[in-house]
Design a protein around this ligand. Structure first.
Ligand code: UGA
Length: 434
């Protein structure tokens, strides 16, 4: 099928490359020439394992190409996906101005039937707005359909999530649109939920809110565990083995970050409130998450006594492993809070250091964990990168001024840390302290 995708960001680019991999002919449209020129040479502007290989492969097969022109995209394809950004306004509401502009441009370029699909995460009723905008912007009466097809990929495993999803959700309002989208996804051989547009839009916000809720739930249990001397890792194991609950997203830690959960929670609370529903449950999810970040700073203080004048080493800056993304990363808040309290910060991250230099001032960036460890009063793990799990702990300890480790991601076994002679503080487990 001939498909165009407007917006070559994380979602748009992964969608484009994976549709090409599924055998479709894809044109990715983006008006940012600084992004487009490297893309045309197969260079992607962010870290996403496996994506660059796929983009290069399909630039070669000719199934993937790039253009700055929406007009060209609409002319060449029967299906046009909208995958532009929907950033947060200060109120939490999603800013849909890019979606509106793109909808209008698509309408201007249309000459015959097109299916326009929202792929960006949008509030319920956006589909209706897109339809209205296109109808009013068409130069003459042309048939078209609007559909919703939310994306569930995770950064860092986006290609796999796209090609082997748990499900695909499509919200449609005509048989024709349904048939086209079923054909688009047929190569993936995956279960497909077909519903109306509003329900599809809500499925996306409900999924992200539910996952955030699981994380805040286990973090609340972690706080309780610390108070009573229980072990949240074992609790999560015991709870998660119930198939009705499930094991995933029950890792206690420094709280969730990234470009999606925080933004989507705020947007969903805002949508509900506009509809007259006070979603207290989700407000509590937000509160617990914020508390988690502050709690790490207090935990570091507990570990080193006074913060002022101490040197603290941070391992991990990105909001999770396998990405260089720092959007709403807990590390940024935690580092700034430490600096405010007079701490000198050293830090490392396998992928996010270049990005971090743009956000953080006064931090000494180091090439690896051992360099960070040299002379510090305390090490703090904020992202569970695999290289940190594989650290030579004896060597690490020998470099530190004091063997104090605050593990915000529960990477190590407390008993092993005790044997190695660390004072070890983790999340929701008894501290090993002398
Ligand atoms: C999330 C969803 O998982 C995707 O399904 C969705 O498509 C995407 O948002 C989106 O809306 O675009 P992502 O933000 O890439 O994906 O990251 P996740 O892997 O979901 O992790 C989010 C945060 O939760 C991270 O900070 C992670 O460290 C944290 N987390 C995750 C925990 O603290 N504990 C857990 O058990 C799991």
């Amino acid at each position: 099928m001939k498909i165009s995708i407007v917006g070559a960001g994380h979602v748009g680019l992964v969608t484009g490359a994976c549709f090409a991999e599924s055998g479709h002919q894809v044109l990715c449209v983006d008006n940012d020439m600084e992004k487009l020129a490297p893309l045309q040479k197969g260079k992607i502007p962010f870290y996403e394992p496996g994506l660059e290989r796929l983009v290069r492969k399909h630039l070669k097969t000719g199934r993937l190409s790039f253009s700055p022109s929406i007009q060209e995209g609409v002319r060449k394809s029967g299906v046009v996906f909208i995958a532009v950004g929907t950033p947060s306004r200060p109120s939490g509401e999603a800013d849909l101005s890019y979606v509106e502009v793109v909808s209008r441009e698509i309408a201007h370029a249309m000459t015959t039937y097109r299916l326009i699909v929202e792929k960006s995460t949008v509030p319920v009723e956006t589909g209706e707005w897109v339809r209205r905008t296109i109808r009013h912007s068409l130069r003459r009466k042309i048939p078209f359909d609007v559909a919703s097809n939310p994306e569930f990929l995770r950064e860092g495993q986006a290609v796999k999530d796209f090609l082997q999803p748990d499900r695909v959700v499509i919200g449609v309002e005509s048989k024709k649109a349904e048939k086209i989208l079923l054909e688009v996804y047929r190569p993936l051989k995956t279960p497909i939920v077909v519903t109306d547009i509003k329900s599809a839009e809500i499925i996306k916000h409900a999924s992200n809110s539910f996952l955030s809720m699981k994380i805040s739930f286990i973090n609340a249990i972690a706080t309780l565990s610390e108070k009573v001397g229980a072990d949240v890792v074992k609790i999560a194991e015991g709870v998660g083995m119930d198939k009705r609950i499930g094991k995933s997203f029950l890792n206690a830690g420094v709280g969730f970050g990234g470009s999606c959960f925080g933004k989507d929670l705020a947007a969903f609370i805002n949508i509900a409130s506009k509809a007259g529903v006070d979603f207290q449950l989700l407000k509590e999810v937000q509160r617990i998450n914020q508390h988690q970040r502050e709690g790490v700073v207090r935990k570091i203080e507990q570990a080193v006594w006074n913060l002022r004048g101490k040197t603290i080493g941070i391992l991990g800056l990105s909001f999770k492993p396998d990405t260089d993304d720092l959007r709403d990363a807990p590390a940024i808040d935690i580092i700034r809070a430490l600096q405010k309290e007079g701490v000198k910060v050293k830090a490392t991250d396998p992928a996010a250091m270049e990005n971090a230099k743009k956000f953080l001032t006064g931090v000494t960036f180091c090439a690896n964990a051992y360099e960070v460890a040299r002379g510090v009063d305390c090490l703090v793990i904020l992202t569970e990168w695999r290289v940190f799990k594989q650290l030579h702990l004896r060597k690490l300890k020998s470099l530190m001024a004091h063997p104090v480790l605050v593990d915000g991601r529960n990477l190590f076994d407390p008993e092993r840390m005790r044997r190695l002679g660390f004072r070890y503080f983790s999340m929701g487990r008894p501290a090993i302290s002398s």
